[in-house]
Design a protein around this ligand. Sequence first.
Ligand code: 5GP
Ligand code: ZN
Length: 117
Amino acid sequence: MNGCIFCKIVTGEIPATKVFEDEHALAFRDLDPKAPTHVLVIPRKHITGMTSIEPEDEAAVGHLFSVATAVAKSEGIVRSGFRAIVNSGPDAGQSVYHLHMHVIGGKAMGWPPFPGD
Ligand code: 5GP
Ligand code: ZN
């Protein structure tokens, strides 16, 4: 999709530190990591976000979970634990409108996600 930063990473127009890729998905390190491991897992296909997933996308979207686990294994954070997050819309802080799963780990995390409360 024109102007989409993650589509440009898919095509190679914008460089990224890739950690995994296959026919349907790509995983690369976040530019502004929030944890020792912070990898983004995306479908190659442009899907605007979680609320734009169509029935024909479900296999490719489900595959993102397998890729996230493969990344967690290669990052060595399966035993220590990790979080897979999809931010959807303004309250969640979605800033890039190409579906992506954050895979975060390597450090203990807090819960729930409202630091000010
Ligand atoms: P969101 O806030 O939409 O859930 O997450 C978008 C993520 O994309 C942010 O964590 C941000 O740091 C990351 N990001 C934005 N632009 C780029 C980029 O050009 N390259 C990489 N590797 N990450 C990016
Ligand atoms: Zn895109």
